[in-house]
Design a protein. Structure first.
Length: 657
């Protein structure tokens, strides 16, 4: 696969389930390409892309790390993403800025829950992907089983372009099927022909098609996301890395983008550097930016000055001076920028795919009351780097709450707060994040006329929406009754007002329509509608009532057959629902759905029950209505707008302050 022409750049994400060997593979790519002089090791804590102290101690990737290398004259930007489900938000942000992906599957464990979830996201964004089967040298490596899993759980369009030579201790690398005998590459040629009508006709007619044409067509199909090449290797020994780098150039697309078009880019990661301060990692789709340029942050509607554009690799960085369409770099100097911000225009930026949904909320605790401001500041800074933490700061109660994906993320958060900020912060028991949704249709009304000066009248219609529809908002009010600027203020405040429903949880899956609104020429103050909107919304929620929604997980459990009956009984006790179990030899596969609240610790119980021989993989399946006997209330932040007189006083004081 050598000699890929003059293709100059690739942006590639390395994705996998935890422990499939992403970081080891990345380190070998950097070493083989000459980017590093010494080989980094995850186990020894010397991996270039695992540069945070906590990553080196734990041997896991916590943050997506950007690095780059040059291979056969082409520049490759590599993003090594975390594999643990607790850090899915990092994976989600990386997906958006990739043109191609390498999905690593362990030859021993095969396709796992996280692999499947990432695969679905890659397909949703139509990102061309090379599948790399790693750890072929390990005990239990099984090519047939892995290929069957890839075809069953991921795609029938995965096609081997290599033939592994042996497995386990006998693994001696892989043979390139393009240079193999005609018989050995029949399956590969037929797979390409099946996906290209013209080639199929020529192939069936017995026409001799040049090998170069077959290869180019396979590459074209791969770059279009219609065929997914499968390669084999053992990254720990550096076997298969050269062929993988060649495959990245041959099968994955160039980024494209027009240097002369208007600036269009996205911030996908934020870090703080001791000397450079706040660094925003930017993927540029169109245009170019240079040091000292003033650029438009379209999301926040502000102009910001770029002081430096740097290429960052782990703890090292160098000044680039310019960032052009198709490339990725760290941009310094933008003080307001947040993750997800669009720079310039949004025209060329792809859609976002949501994978990570934090299901747990925890309260932070610290030993010394004087540390309170420092803890607030540290957690808000960390929330800039990972917006899904969604730090909730209850000023009156002096409490801090954060949302998390799971226990490992909490451990890492504790370590980072100690190492980076010198703060001893502990977190309480995680509790499930529930949601609310309207029980029926109805109206909410508010006439905010006292204490003067004020005047705001609003009437909302509230209707239940489809599950997962979020919030739909419309206004049918004449501008002479309610000025456009007041209508805009109402529209801005409705989502805020729905953050806490009757039980204190966010209200979702509803349609809110403003059907009546009045201002007063003399008495209305611009902020009257900021005060009135939550009162009108809560009045409506009290009238229609709300139902509780809980997060539900899709699970796949594989256990020895003798444990199957007990596991199914446990699942029923946890309010789970499942399909008829499937026997696989002496093992049983059970798939279904189970509430997150009842199954939080079940994987530990399952491990104990099966003496380590059972596995449970879960991923988020959405929110569903709770049974009537399940109740969950959350302490309300601030004054309840239903207590109107008390609420008006507290909000007026806050707005004036």
């Amino acid at each position: 696969m050598a000699g890929q022409g003059n293709a100059s750049r690739r942006n590639v994400g390395i994705f996998a389930h935890v422990d499939a060997g992403k970081t080891t593979t990345t380190e070998h790519m950097l070493y083989l390409s000459g980017r590093t002089r010494a080989l980094g090791s995850v186990d020894a804590g010397t991996a270039l892309t695992d540069w945070m102290e906590v990553e080196r101690e734990r041997g896991i990737s916590v943050r997506a790390a950007t690095t780059s290398c040059t291979w056969r004259g082409a520049s490759i930007n590599i993003v090594d993403t975390p594999g643990h489900v607790d850090f899915l938000s990092e994976v989600e942000r990386s997906l958006r800025v990739m043109d191609g992906a390498v999905l690593i599957v362990s030859a021993v464990e095969g396709v796992q829950a996280q692999t499947e979830m990432i695969w679905n996201a890659l397909r949703k964004l139509r990102i061309p992907t090379v599948i790399y089967v790693n750890k072929m040298d390990r005990i239990g490596a099984d090519r047939e089983a892995v290929l069957h899993g890839i075809h069953s759980y991921l795609t029938r369009d995965a096609v081997e372009v290599q033939q592994p030579l042996g497995s386990e201790q006998q693994f001696a690398g892989s043979a390139d099927l393009w240079t193999a005998s005609e018989d050995e590459r029949t399956e590969l040629l037929e797979a390409v022909a099946e996906r290209d009508e013209e080639l199929l006709l020529r192939y069936v007619a017995g026409e001799s098609v040049p090998l170069a044409e077959w290869k180019e067509q396979a590459a074209a199909l791969s770059r279009q996301g219609k065929l997914f090449p499968v390669l084999y290797g053992a990254s720990g020994k550096g076997v298969g890395i050269e062929a993988l780098l060649d495959a990245i150039l041959h099968y994955l697309p160039e980024p494209g983008g027009d240097r002369n078009a208007p600036l269009s880019g996205i911030v996908f990661k934020i870090e703080r550097d001791k000397t450079m301060g706040r660094m925003a990692y930017v993927r540029l789709y169109d245009g170019a930016m240079s040091n000292r340029d003033v650029i438009r942050n379209a999301t926040q509607n502000v102009d910001e000055k770029v002081t430096q554009i740097r290429k960052v690799e782990g703890g090292r960085s160098e000044d680039l001076g310019v960032l052009e369409a198709g490339d990725i770099a760290a941009v310094c100097g933008m003080s307001h920028v947040r993750i997800g911000d669009i720079l310039g225009v949004a025209d060329a930026v792809p859609e976002e795919v949501r994978l990570a949904v934090p299901l747990l909320t925890v309260q932070a605790h610290w030993p010394d009351e004087q540390q309170y401001p420092a803890v607030v500041s540290a957690l808000q800074e960390l929330s800039d780097e990972d917006p899904l933490l969604d730090v909730q700061w209850l000023q009156d109660e002096r409490e801090l709450h954060v949302k998390v994906m799971g226990p490992i993320q909490l451990e890492i958060l504790t370590t980072v707060l100690a190492a980076r900020y010198g703060l001893d912060v502990r977190f309480g028991q995680p509790s499930i994040i529930y949601k609310e949704t309207p029980r029926q249709s109805g109206e909410g009304y508010v006439a905010y006329l006292m204490p003067k000066p004020c005047w705001a009248i609003l009437r909302f219609r509230l209707e239940p929406g489809e599950r997962d529809s979020g919030l739909t908002y419309e206004a049918f009010v004449r501008s002479e009754d309610l000025l456009p600027q007041y209508q805009n203020e109402v529209a801005r405040r409705v989502p805020e007002a729905l953050q806490q429903g009757l039980r204190g949880w966010e209200v979702v899956d509803l349609k809110v329509t403003l059907v009546e609104g009045q201002h007063h020429v003399w008495h209305t103050h611009p902020l009257d509608f900021a005060v009135a909107t939550p009162m009108g919304i809560m009045n409506g929620l009290a009238a229609v009532g709300t139902k509780l929604l809980e997060p539900v997980l899709h699970f796949r459990i594989v256990v020895p057959e003798e444990n199957g009956g007990r596991v199914m009984n446990d699942l029923s006790m946890m309010r789970g629902s499942f399909d008829a179990p499937v026997l696989q030899g002496d093992r049983m596969l059970i798939e279904g759905k189970v509430p997150a609240a009842t199954s939080l610790s079940y994987s530990v119980e399952l491990n104990s029950l099966t003496k380590g021989r059972g596995t449970m993989a879960t991923f988020f399946a959405g929110y569903e209505e709770c049974p009537p006997d399940v109740e969950a209330e959350r302490a309300r932040r601030g004054v309840n707008p239903l207590d109107q007189s008390k609420y008006i006083l507290s909000v007026r004081k806050a707005l004036q302050g």
